[in-house]
Design a protein around this ligand. Structure first.
Ligand SMILES: [Zn+2]
Length: 75
């Protein structure tokens, strides 16, 4: 079962959930504040070098693949 990462839109807490393909996560709750319907964070997000990079160790290179274009990760 794939592992997905979610981010709470209220408090910004990130957490990982194992769920089946096709499950949209709408019934998930934030483990910190209990708000439902967190936003799914795709692994390619880590490659973007966005302002969230500090949460995942920083850097603009992809940790999953060696490509500069992380759309190829597809995870
Ligand atoms: Zn929350």
């Amino acid at each position: 079962m794939p592992l997905y990462e979610y981010e709470c839109e209220k408090c910004g807490r990130r957490f990982e959930v194992r769920q089946s393909m096709g499950d949209d996560g709408a019934t998930l709750e934030c483990p910190s504040c209990g708000v439902r319907d967190p936003r799914r964070v795709f692994s390619s997000f880590f490659c973007a070098g966005s302002d969230d990079s500090s949460l995942v160790g920083g850097g603009s290179s992809c940790s999953t693949c060696s490509s500069g274009n992380c759309a190829s990760c597809g995870i």
